[in-house]
Design a binder for this molecule. Structure first.
Ligand SMILES: [Zn+2]
Length: 393
């Protein structure tokens, strides 16, 4: 059991208890129980009847829910610094760069893959991410996808089978789609909660994506899709048609895509990944238009060695506010509740009584500073399941 006092600004994400969309409370205390869940939030003067130990005083700092990063690719080996350098010299991003990482991943041992996941998961934790989705997708063979998911599972229960990332070199696309739906799915489904397909130029078309997602769903996996990152296409509308938990990227959308997402907002989230646009010098998705149309928007890092080699959710939030027209409140909501909805979770992404005690103590008076002071480390401590897992209090 532990208690925090002196919370100057608490984001609960519960509109029924606090101000605005983020349910902000001021000058409060919070108690977590031994099971790692929030058991009480209220006025500091009333703490005594809910907690009898020594509380930790956070000195007026802001406390926010831990970030829920619902889209990462942490299972890989090697890096692509040279490719990044050449892209910054003017070469455009193409999905084919994935094949470079495939070769390095296939050559790496299980221990090397797990160590890479652990390294990046702890980097994410240090910037405030307490829930992480991790995809396979750089093995692209039955053996290497299966062991990629074993590595993913060492860091999270939110694991995603992305055998359909690209068609590996020297492979017939139809044969590969059949392999993903058959033998590869069978080898991977035991360690995967989700199935995902990269439905875009240079990857898989709508019919292939539909077939793969439906096979995954038949095997008991939840569905998600990479859609409309590189150009307009049928990915988003396919995602809505199938009722996927999240359509990710949503960079190039038609009005019909936006209408489809807004009609499905209770079921299908649009997850925006602005560091992918930042790192490829591409136009940012129009978050303002999506939110104004009633679409549920999540923000995630897309952490991967090619197009977005960052795990920083504070950076994602700053881009969303500064470059994508989101308000400070909307961006934090999308990086917490939005991510949780993209994973169909309600126990994380908020600080309601009964939810996980996953939170970030900021070296700032409010969450506004996340966007106001881009690039500055403002995470003082990270608490997950009621335990301090980064920093100190
Ligand atoms: Zn991705």
């Amino acid at each position: 059991m532990f208690a925090l006092t002196g919370i100057g600004h608490l984001v609960t994400n519960d509109e029924t208890v606090g101000q605005g969309k983020l349910g902000v409370l001021q000058d409060v205390a919070l108690v977590a129980n031994d099971a790692g869940n929030i058991s009480w939030v209220g006025k500091q003067s009333e703490l005594g009847s809910h907690f009898d130990g020594k509380p930790i005083d956070v000195g007026g700092r802001a406390v926010i829910p831990g970030f829920v990063d619902s889209h990462t690719h942490l299972v890989f080996a090697g890096d692509r610094a040279r490719e990044f350098e050449s892209r910054m010299q003017g070469k455009p991003y193409a999905a084919g760069g994935i094949k470079t990482t495939m070769a390095a991943t296939r050559a790496a041992s299980d221990d090397v893959l797990a160590a890479n996941v652990a390294r990046l998961a702890s980097e994410a934790l240090a910037s405030g991410t307490t829930t992480l989705e991790v995809k396979s997708g750089y093995g692209l063979s039955v053996r290497d996808e299966a062991r990629s998911l074993v590595a993913a599972k060492t860091a999270t229960s939110e694991t995603t089978f992305l055998g359909a990332h690209v068609v590996p070199p020297d492979t017939n696309a139809d044969d590969y789609v059949a392999l993903v739906q058959g033998e590869m799915l069978d080898a991977c489904k035991g360690n995967a909660k989700w199935i995902d397909v990269f439905c875009d130029r240079g990857a898989f078309d709508v019919d292939q994506a539909r077939a793969i997602l439906q096979s995954g769903a038949a095997a008991g996996l939840g569905m998600r899709i990479h859609a409309n990152q590189l150009q307009q296409g049928g990915g988003v509308q396919l995602g809505v048609e199938l009722g996927v938990a999240s359509c990710d990227h949503c960079t190039h959308l038609s009005q019909q895509d936006i209408d489809a997402l807004s009609g499905a907002s209770a079921n299908t989230v649009a997850t925006l990944l602005p560091t992918a646009e930042l790192c490829t010098r591409s136009p940012f998705p129009d978050a303002r238009k999506l939110i104004d149309a009633g679409v549920t928007v999540a923000l995630a890092s897309d952490c991967n060695p090619g197009s977005s080699y960052t795990s920083s959710m504070p950076l994602v939030i700053a881009l969303a506010v500064i470059n994508m027209g989101m308000t400070c409140d909307e961006a934090l909501w999308s990086a917490t509740v939005g991510g949780a909805k993209a994973l169909r979770r309600s126990d994380v992404g908020n600080l309601r009584v009964g939810s996980r005690a996953d939170m970030v103590v900021l070296d700032a008076q409010s969450h506004i500073h996340l966007a106001y002071r881009p690039g500055v480390q403002q995470v003082r401590a990270v608490i997950r399941g009621g335990k301090t897992v980064f920093g100190s209090l």
